[in-house]
Structures are given as C-alpha cells and as structure tokens.
Design a protein around this ligand. Structure first.
Ligand SMILES: [Zn+2]
Length: 324
C-alpha cells in the first residue's frame, strides 16, 4: 500500500518546555532554524535545550502496528544488491589497515559488529532526502544510486511506540539494541530526513522482498528545460577564466559554462521545498568538464524524483520482486 507522497506537507511541532503542539509549514521551520520564530505557547527560541522539535503526526498510518507490513517502505543506496547477503565488511580492508586495527581477532569482532547493524527503511520522501544528503558529500557526488521499494514479511512483530532519531541512526544502530528478542521492527521519528516522518530499523529477516531502480531514472527526461539548458550550456565557453577582484587570487578559475550550469541548478533548486534546496543545488552542481546533455538530463531526472514521484513508482511497479 502506497501512502500519498508530499515533500511539502505541514509538520507538527512539539515544545519540550510548555508541551504546546501546533502545525507549521517548511518555511516556518526554516525561519525557526534561523531564530526568526518562537514557540507560540511560551516564546522559546530554537537555541534552548528543550526547544520545540518536529514530532509524529498522530494520523500517520505507520503508527498502526497492523498496517506496518502492508505499507510500501523505501531505501536508497549505492549498493546494487542491497541488502547484501553474506556482507563482508572487512573484504576491502588492506593488510595495513588490518594491522592498524589490531590484527585479525579485532577485525573479526569489528566485522561482526558491522554485520549486526540494523537496516533502515522509511517513507519515499525520506529515501530521496537521504540520497540528496549523500550526494552533497563529495564522496558520493558522482555515485550511482538505487531506489528500493521494500516489502515486509506479513508476520513482523513491531516494537511498541516509537524511538527518537538518535542523530546518526543510519550508521550506528545495533539491531539487538533496538529490536529485543521477539521484535522484528522498531519505529523511529526522523528529525533530519522527511522530518516528522516515521522510519523503521529492522533486520534482513523482516524483509520479504525488494524492487529496485537506478536513480535518477535514465532516459526519462527529455523536456523543454533540458533542451534549453543544453542549448545555453553549449553556447557558453568552457575555457577557464581566472577569478577577478580583490579575492580573485584565492579563488579557483572557473569557466562561463560551469558558472551558468551552477546558476541553472540553483534556479531549479529554488522551485523545491525549502528544506531540500541546498542539498539539491549541491547534488546537481555542474563541475568543470561535465557533459551538458548528461548533466541536464541527470539534473532534470533528479528534480522529477521530487516533483513527479509517481514516475519512479511506476518504474518500480515494472520491476520484478527479489527475495533477499
Ligand atoms: Zn513552548
């Protein structure tokens, strides 16, 4: 069962001081994070330790234990076979790294801890948001990503209530610590990706199957924006021009084409919900030497994942389900 996808929906805030709850839009949260809004109940600003934060929507379908396994869940990864079976986290360690880690016994213990980490799945919005955050990092800027739709075992046992997003949930949660024996799935409230949404921490045994597409979708984007962007970029020189002005000698030379590409990307980012704009502009940044057609198509397809999500869902519908 799919839930409506809406990156711009209102969020519920809960004040940790006066317990006031109220709905806000993303622009409000953006102003709040810049200390330009206060709690309407007690006047607290965002600097306070117990300042208001987003909280769970009481109508969220994922609060219903019986619905958890019926809902479609999502994940994005650079792994083409997530969740990888017989995953060996130590496979890529060099002999020198193994020595530095304290030898084979220590490496084996570390690998066991890595294998014990929880998988995580969430809303479509959170999966796309997570990908944009990762693309922003240089390490994954040019990586191929995959969008996974995850179907759970109908029999999963869900932990009661929900946990608070502990910041870096994705990398650091040991499955046994959030899912005690007899429990397959734990809900947690997202603060950073699709804020206010519920994600799940789970083991691979809770996954019945996955469908997968490479994202941004390939060849799907040949629209007016792409055609105009390519014509403009082709018309701009790719010769490097040294920066001018007082700070010029501290800046890297840039080409008119790359400058234009970054402007086009930023303009597109400006049409997105405010909490995705920086990450999108950075994920879509035009690098010196980028091919205009490839860049424009990728950027447009990335944009469509947010504004036309049904296209990605339709593509997933066409994929066979893989049991894990
Ligand atoms: Zn308050």
């Amino acid at each position: 069962m799919e839930r409506p996808i809406d990156f711009s929906r209102d969020r519920r805030m809960l004040c940790g001081i006066c317990a006031h709850q109220w709905l806000v839009d993303l622009e409000w949260i953006d102003r709040w994070e810049q200390s330009r809004e206060v709690c309407p109940g007690c006047g607290t600003t965002c600097e306070h330790e117990n300042a208001p934060r987003v909280t769970v929507d009481p109508d969220d379908l994922a609060l219903d234990d019986d619905k958890i396994a019926q809902l479609a869940w999502y994940h994005t990864s650079t792994l083409p076979d997530w969740p990888t079976r017989d995953f060996d986290p130590a496979a890529d360690l060099t002999p020198e790294t193994r020595r530095m880690m304290g030898g084979s016994k220590r490496v084996a213990a570390w690998a066991a801890r890595q294998r014990g980490k929880a998988l995580h799945v969430g809303t479509y919005e959170s999966a796309i948001h997570n990908m944009l955050r990762r693309m922003r990092d240089q390490a994954d800027h040019g990586s191929q990503f995959y969008l996974y739709r995850v179907l759970l075992m109908p029999s999963v046992v869900v932990r009661e209530g929900w946990l608070i997003d502990p910041g870096n949930f994705v990398g650091d949660v040991v499955l046994d610590e959030v899912c005690p024996p007899g429990v397959d799935v734990a809900r947690y409230l997202n603060y950073h990706e699709d804020p206010g949404g519920l994600s799940l921490a789970l083991g691979r045994g809770a996954v019945a199957g996955v469908q997968q597409v490479a994202v941004p979708l390939r060849d799907a984007c040949n629209n007016d924006w792409v055609r105009e962007a390519v014509a403009d970029l082709d018309g701009a020189s790719d010769a490097l021009v040294p920066a001018t002005g007082r700070l010029g000698r501290f800046m890297r030379p840039s080409s008119p084409r790359a400058f234009l590409g970054r402007e086009l990307g930023a303009a597109l980012a400006g049409k997105l919900p405010v909490n995705l704009q920086d990450q999108f502009a950075s994920a879509a940044a035009f690098d010196e030497g980028d091919n205009p057609m490839r860049w424009a198509r990728r950027t447009s397809c990335l944009f469509d994942l947010i504004v036309v999500p049904l296209r990605a869902l339709a593509e997933l519908d066409r994929q066979e389900r893989r049991t894990v």
